[in-house]
Design a protein around this ligand. Structure first.
Ligand code: M6R
Length: 611
């Protein structure tokens, strides 16, 4: 989604160079245009560009910007096409604003301001904010009061940073439904869409509360609550390590993040698994697994697919009924939660900021269902609002396509399922110890898979010619198949469709011919025989098969496959963590061969902060 970075009191070289650096860092969120505004010589200067930050850099080379205070933005288009005119900052020589989120009442504001003589230049909802501030300045309000008066008129979800020519050295900000963070530097103060955006500049972070406004200067920030009263918000130390931003010799962040998985999974397991006792340590939760008779798992995209896998674990190991929901669907239906205290929910989100999952969290809390945020970003809004937080310890994930966060979510949920099984008396200690040992073997097995990655380029080169790719799996592997297909489509733009294996005859088999490859995710587990007969149906129709399986599976079915991808043998419990990895690599290599923008695929954002 859109990203904000701002600085008051930048060094001797002025605000523009660090803001450009900040925009580079922000690109992990996904964007299609960008821009900077600074305060210099009593007026607001703006430079904007469609496309990449490099385009803006070129603009600034020709027309440098002075001023030690400024705001900058990466835009992910919602209202209006991604061109230079619609790029933020919006405004004029008096005022500039950058905005994340959506101003729902922008049409009525636009009509009202147009009647008052304001001329709009863009198709965006955001431009109304700049005009509102100008309107109130012209009414004689101080810059701070004009900004607050403008913010008070906005409906929807928004984070805004504004500069005003008459207020040198100051940035006015508001947080309402979209995160906004202040960073305290040595001699300057930063504003950012999240702590990750500020990581290269400072680790001293102030998280604004919902509705907060603040005036930011080089000396710090004065924060006002929604009622205008001054409030103190604590300064906390962020644990995000800025060096995590480098690609570390890899060509893309996605490639680096895929290769980090053995370490990340080790970290995720260490947090919840007692490897001496070989049992899962239940974290502090707002409910007891023994007391509930329904668990609700909610997430979007990759996080939703992690929930799909975890359902099998909770049902099988803990005999706990599980509802799995896509966040956006959850809020638009009328879910029933049963007797008070008998249901609990886990909201799964890498970022902890996804608008639909956050809305589901609020809906659950309003219904008094105990909530747990299972997140990577532990300083996120979801982490702050949920009754408890469980961290997945994946480290900064920059690539828009989620990889290590998926497997870290799985590792964390697997540990929770073990804890649930024990707490409910459904999993004896011997069984738990065996499964815990399987989990601890995952990092080394992942490393083996990663070592074999070069062969996957050959497979990928076959796939990039296909009009469509079918991904099939059964049981937990059905969700792994969906995750594999999502990876393929989002970064390579090849159409990929996932189906539970058993659905093949109910429609998708009609797609099969010699041009449509099928990726079969087929561990040699109790479901193997059923899967084998489904793949035989594909083979009988000349469909090329890419068989992802272990030694046993490959020796039984390999002959019918065009390609085989070997995964180390494991207990079915941990198979989803292992089988996810070659599917990530397959998508990665397909995207590289197609020459797409792997880390920032078109039309997508890392964190979807609008519904
Ligand atoms: O931050 P979240 O886990 O809440 O994000 C959810 C989805 O937007 C995310 O997983 C998305 O599907 C990724 N681009 C998948 O690679």
């Amino acid at each position: 989604m859109c990203g904000i970075i701002g600085v008051a009191g930048a060094s001797e070289h002025g605000a523009a160079p660090p803001l450009l650096d900040g925009l580079e860092y922000l690109t992990y969120r996904g964007y299609d245009s960008c821009g900077i505004a600074t305060l210099a010589n009593g007026r607001v200067e703006r430079r904007r560009a469609a496309g990449r930050v490099a385009n803006l850099q070129a603009v600034l080379k020709d027309a440098p910007m002075a001023g030690d205070t400024g705001i900058a933005h990466t835009r992910w288009a919602t209202h209006g096409v991604p061109n230079e005119t619609n790029a933020h900052p919006h405004g004029n020589a008096e005022v500039a604003i950058v905005h994340n989120g959506i101003v729902e009442n922008f049409s009525s504001l636009r009509a009202e301001l147009t009647d008052a003589g304001h001329e709009f230049e863009t198709d965006t909802d955001s431009e109304a904010i700049a005009h509102l501030i100008v309107f109130h300045l012209r009414r004689g309000l101080t810059p701070e009061a004009a900004a607050d008066a403008a913010f008070a008129r906005l409906r929807g979800a928004f984070a805004v940073a504004a500069i005003v020519a008459r207020a040198p050295g100051r940035i006015f900000v508001v947080r309402h439904g979209c995160p906004l963070t202040i960073g305290i530097g040595e001699h300057q103060t930063w504003v950012g869409s999240d702590a990750l955006a500020l990581a290269p500049f400072t680790d001293r972070i102030i998280h604004l509360d919902e509705g907060d406004r603040a005036t930011v200067t080089a000396a710090g920030a004065s924060v006002r609550a929604v009622d205008g009263q001054p409030v103190e918000r604590p300064t906390v130390t962020s644990s995000i390590v800025p060096t995590a931003f480098g690609k570390g010799g890899y060509r893309h962040y996605m490639q680096k993040e895929i290769h980090e998985q053995p370490i990340v999974i080790g970290d995720a397991l260490r947090a919840l698994l007692d490897t001496r006792a070989m049992r899962a340590e239940a974290p502090d939760l707002p409910f007891r697994f023994a007391d509930i008779d329904r668990l609700i798992l909610v997430g979007c995209g990759t996080s939703f697919y992690a929930a799909g896998v975890a359902r099998h674990w909770f049902e099988e190991l803990a005999q706990l009924p599980v509802d799995v929901d896509i966040s956006s669907e959850f809020q638009d239906r009328a879910p029933l939660f049963g007797p008070a205290g008998r249901s609990a929910a886990i909201l799964i989100s890498q970022s902890g900021e996804t608008a639909d999952t956050l809305a589901a969290l609020r809906q659950l809390r309003a219904q008094r269902v105990p909530t747990v945020a299972l997140v990577n970003m532990t300083s996120s809004t979801m982490a702050n609002e949920a009754d408890a937080v469980v961290a997945i310890h994946a480290g900064s994930e920059i690539s828009v396509a989620s990889t290590k966060a998926f497997t870290a979510q799985l590792a964390t949920l697997a540990c929770l399922a073990l804890a649930a099984g024990r707490a409910r008396g459904k999993l004896d200690s011997e069984h738990e110890a065996r499964l815990a040992a399987e989990l601890t073997a995952v990092p080394a097995k992942m490393a083996d898979i990663l070592a074999a990655q070069n062969r996957l380029q050959d497979v990928a080169s076959d796939l990039i010619r296909a009009p469509s790719v079918l991904y099939l799996g059964r049981g937990p592997a059905a969700s792994v198949a969906r995750e594999g297909a999502l990876k393929m489509k989002e970064i390579s733009y090849i159409h990929a469709e996932a189906y539970p294996m058993g659905e093949l005859k109910h429609g998708p088999l009609a797609l099969i011919d010699e041009h449509v490859p099928t990726v079969g995710i087929v561990p040699s587990d109790p479901l193997f025989t059923k899967n084998a007969s489904n793949l035989a149906e594909v083979n009988a129709r000349n469909g090329p098969i890419i068989l992802v399986s272990d030694d046993n599976g490959i020796s039984e079915l390999g002959e019918t496959a065009r390609h085989t991808i070997k995964v180390p043998h494991s207990d079915p419990f941990v198979a989803p963590l292992l089988y996810a990895v070659p599917l990530q690599l397959l998508a990665y290599h397909a995207a590289v061969l197609k020459g797409t923008d792997v880390d920032n695929p078109r039309n997508l954002a890392k964190t979807v902060t609008v519904s």
